[in-house]
Structure formats: structure tokens, C-alpha cells
Design a protein. Structure first.
Length: 295
């Protein structure tokens, strides 16, 4: 995905005007509105799921195992242990979003400073680029298996594994935009005026790279959701009895022919979350495109 940014030399009312234009473009994009509504609803359900879930996730009802969707008291049916599928999906989506946000935060905290340094300081570029290549040399699953073997499989370790895997992408995107911004006149003027390198990075480069970082985050979150689902499916992520969309899929595959809803519904939620983030990320990229100001 190509991401774009524009120097934000304006401040005060001009900055407010630019934000207003961005919000107007987003509101005029039906896909952006729908995807944002889906994400807002998912976030609300995730936050309130401990209180909204009709049953405790560990609560079993062996008299109603494999109850189909629409059963009285179980809107989305039950699984092989009689656990309510709706309750487990709610808490599972909460866990997926937690892992995604932690992973993306980890990748940004590490990747943004390294990307700025690589793009601005020529002496550091080769070192950081080799570090990026080193991270790319370790397959995501190998890294996750190593963390699980050393520290045990858990939500935190799954987030760390996914976050480390996303660091190279953040470094490359931020480095590329830093190189572009470094060549612009307003940065050269700041250097001529005697501004220090840290001042230029903090007050000129980083603020103007914010749009790129935001778009990169919206791209990374769905990848993190899928990464968490894969790890949990393989038993390297969130561990039972804690709910996870990935573990629900792993358990449901054993009786997919008898109770397909137990596998289809978590898969639909994973796909819906990932698709909503991707669509909103595309809309946000278009809204932040400076060429839109001239359309």
C-alpha cells in the first residue's frame, strides 16, 4: 500500500482547516463511514464484553451441546461443551484487538525512532538497514515458537511476537518518508537557522510523518489480528480456557461437519475486523493525500 503525507508547516486555524477537510473527505466516502461504524461497534463490544456477554466464557451446559444458532438462550448456538458461542466471540474479539493494539504499539515504539534515524542520519542508515534485514530473516512463526518455548504461550507473548514481526515494515515506511521530508525546503531552512538534528526531527520531520505512521498503523492492525489468530490456532497464543477467535477455530475444526457455525462465525468475525481496518486504512490514505486539496 502506498502511503502519502504532506508537510504541515501550517499551525492554528490552518491546521484546523486541514483536519476539517480530511474529516469531510472521510464522511463523503461511504466505505469509510461503514468501516468506521463497524470498527466503532467492535471497539465498543470489546470494551463492554465482560458485561455484555450473556454467559461466562467457561460456563458449560452439557445438556445443550452443539445447539444451533437461534436456540432459546443461545443466539449463535453452543460448542462441543455447551459453551455459548456469542459470549466466546465477544471475549475472543476483545483478546484479538488487545493483541493487535499491543503489537502495533510495540512496532511503532521501536520502528518509528529507528526509521527516523535511518532516514536522517546517513551513518546510521546502513546499521539500521542491516538490523531490519536481520529481523526479516527470522520467520514470524519461528520467532513465536521461540518466545512460547522461553516464556510460555500467552496473550502478551503473542503480541510481542507479532509486534517484532511488524517492526521492519514500520522502519522502511518511516525511513522513506524521512528521506523525502529531509530534502524539502522547510527542513533545509531550519538547519540553516541553526536548529539541532533532534529539534529538526522532533519539530519538523516527525509531525509531517504522522499521516504516514497513522496509515501504516491501520495497515498493521489487521495483519496483527490475523497473526494472533494463527498463533492461537497453532496453540502458541492465548491459551484455553481464555477465549480467542483462533482457539475457537482450532477446536471447531474437529466437529466442523456437525456444528459448522462454531467454525464459520469466528472466521467471519476475523475476516470482518481485518476487512474493516483495511478499508478504513485505504480511505484514510486517500483523505490524507495532499493531491485531494486540488481536486
Amino acid at each position: 500500500m502506498t502511503v502519502l503525507s504532506v508537510p504541515m508547516a501550517e499551525a492554528g486555524p490552518a491546521s484546523v482547516t486541514r483536519r476539517t477537510r480530511i474529516l469531510r473527505r472521510l464522511r463523503r466516502n461511504p466505505l469509510a463511514v461503514v468501516s468506521f461504524a463497524v470498527l466503532a461497534l467492535a471497539a465498543l463490544v470489546a470494551v463492554l464484553s465482560p458485561w455484555l456477554a450473556p454467559y461466562a466464557v467457561e460456563q458449560t451446559d452439557f445438556a445443550h451441546t452443539f445447539a444451533p444458532p437461534g436456540t432459546a438462550g443461545h443466539v449463535l448456538g453452543t460448542d462441543d461443551l455447551g459453551r455459548d458461542v456469542l459470549s466466546r466471540i465477544m471475549l475472543g474479539a476483545r483478546a484479538s484487538l488487545q493483541v493487535a493494539l499491543l503489537a502495533v504499539a510495540t512496532s511503532l515504539v521501536v520502528g518509528v525512532p529507528l526509521g527516523l534515524a535511518a532516514g536522517y542520519f546517513r551513518a546510521w542508515d546502513a546499521v539500521i538497514s542491516r538490523f531490519t534485514d536481520l529481523l526479516l530473516a527470522f520467520p514470524f512463526l519461528i520467532m513465536a515458537v521461540g518466545l512460547a518455548a522461553i516464556r510460555g504461550a500467552s496473550l502478551t507473548n503473542a503480541a510481542v511476537a507479532v509486534g517484532i514481526a511488524q517492526i521492519p515494515g514500520v522502519i522502511r515506511v518511516v525511513r522513506s518518508d524521512t528521506l523525502r521530508l529531509k530534502s524539502l525546503d522547510f527542513v533545509a531552512a531550519a538547519v540553516v537557522d541553526g536548529a539541532s538534528d533532534l529539534w529538526v526531527l522532533a519539530r519538523h520531520i516527525l509531525p509531517n510523518a504522522t499521516s504516514v505512521i497513522l496509515v501504516q498503523a491501520t495497515v498493521a492492525i489487521p495483519a496483527a489480528i490475523l497473526g494472533e489468530a494463527v498463533l492461537s490456532f497453532l496453540g502458541l497464543g492465548i491459551q484455553p480456557p481464555a477465549p480467542s477467535l483462533g482457539t475457537m477455530l482450532a477446536t471447531a475444526q474437529q466437529f466442523a461437519a456437525r456444528a459448522p457455525w462454531a467454525a464459520v462465525l469466528p472466521g467471519v468475525v476475523i475476516m470482518g475486523l481485518a476487512l474493516a481496518f483495511n478499508v478504513f486504512g485505504d480511505a484514510l490514505r486517500d483523505a490524507l493525500d495532499p493531491k485531494g486539496d486540488r481536486r
